[in-house]
Design a protein around this ligand. Structure first.
Ligand SMILES: C[S@@+](CC[C@H](N)C(=O)[O-])C[C@H]1O[C@@H](n2cnc3c(N)ncnc32)[C@H](O)[C@@H]1O
Ligand SMILES: [Zn+2]
Length: 282
């Protein structure tokens, strides 16, 4: 059990009351209850929230991502996040990872310093893996596009790493002096893989677009680009295809099938955002 955590909210339509820990899971004062899974997560997804613009990861994709993280593929990003936590100040910080997937980022951070760690993802398979990895955190299945099932202003730091960015909800759950830290793929990310698949790699800048989407609720106060390289063998390439690079068409997969190994560039553009005062839409 977590030592302390941000308050979860009931997701039954029209309810929204606080959830308190109960014998089997969580319950609200309105009589709604949610069981804890065997691995310790809680599924707050309501039938009307299942439909999403983006599907949650499959178990195979989440496992592939887990293997890549265990092989150190995201280590430079995770190390940078750790430094960002130290800058964020007082411990233990209440941290929420939105679209946390199989939970490697929070697990890495929580192993290094005390945290009130919370992760939310649409994929029950990914959250199940996360809960097995770090049982002391709060792991929740929910659709971030339909709302984050947490009380207002409960978090010091919210992360969204290659994941959804529901601006109004991100601001609502952050303390007014809190930080939103966004990671998007940088223009050079996986350029060798994309060149091998398409014959060319189109460089796309994504942080500016993310900042524009978030602008009604957040100011971008700092940006940083992290670039590193990794050598992938065939199983590693298969894991990359199964997780990060799922968009590949059959013809592209066929072109990649012949590769025994590939050295790839990994690139993350990081943005630090501060919440704007509520009601300020400028
Ligand atoms: C590219 S993965 C990134 C996972 C993780 N942050 C990482 O860096 O390894 C995107 C994640 O967002 C989740 N996801 C997709 N749509 C979502 C939604 N509407 N609400 C919450 N999570 C969502 C997927 O299940 C997946 O785990
Ligand atoms: Zn309720």
């Amino acid at each position: 059990m977590p030592t302390a955590s941000a308050t979860l909210l009931c997701t039954v339509r029209g309810c929204g009351r606080a959830l308190a820990a109960s014998e089997r899971g969580f319950a609200c004062a309105g009589g709604h209850s949610f069981d804890r899974s065997r691995s310790g997560f809680v599924n707050l997804l309501q039938p009307q929230d299942r439909r999403s613009k983006t599907p949650g990861d499959t178990r195979a994709a989440a496992l592939a991502r887990r293997r890549l993280c265990e092989a150190g593929l995201e280590r430079p990003l995770h190390e940078r996040l750790l430094a960002a936590l130290a800058e964020a100040g007082r411990a233990p910080l209440a941290v929420l990872d939105v679209g946390c997937g199989e939970g490697s980022a929070l697990a890495f951070l929580a192993a290094q310093r005390p945290l009130q760690a919370h992760g939310v993802d649409l994929s029950a398979d990914a959250i199940d893996l996360a809960a097995r990895r770090l049982p002391e955190a709060t792991w929740v299945v929910a659709n971030a596009d339909r709302g984050l099932p947490f009380a207002d202003s409960g978090f010091d730091l919210v992360l969204t790493l290659l994941a959804r960015r529901p601006a109004t909800e991100l601001r609502r759950v952050l303390r007014p002096a809190g930080t939103l830290l966004v990671a998007v793929p940088g223009p050079a990310d996986l350029r060798e893989l994309r060149a091998a698949a398409h014959g060319q790699a189109v460089a796309r800048e994504r942080l500016d677009a993310a900042a524009a989407e978030l602008a009604p609720c957040f100011d971008l106060v700092r940006r940083e680009r992290l670039t590193w390289r990794a050598a992938l063998d065939r199983p590693g390439l298969d894991d990359l295809l199964a997780s990060s690079y799922r968009g590949a068409r059959t013809s592209e997969r066929a072109r990649l099938a012949g590769l025994a190994r590939l050295e790839v560039t990994l690139e993350r553009d990081l943005g630090w955002f501060r919440p704007r005062a509520r009601g300020n839409r400028g």
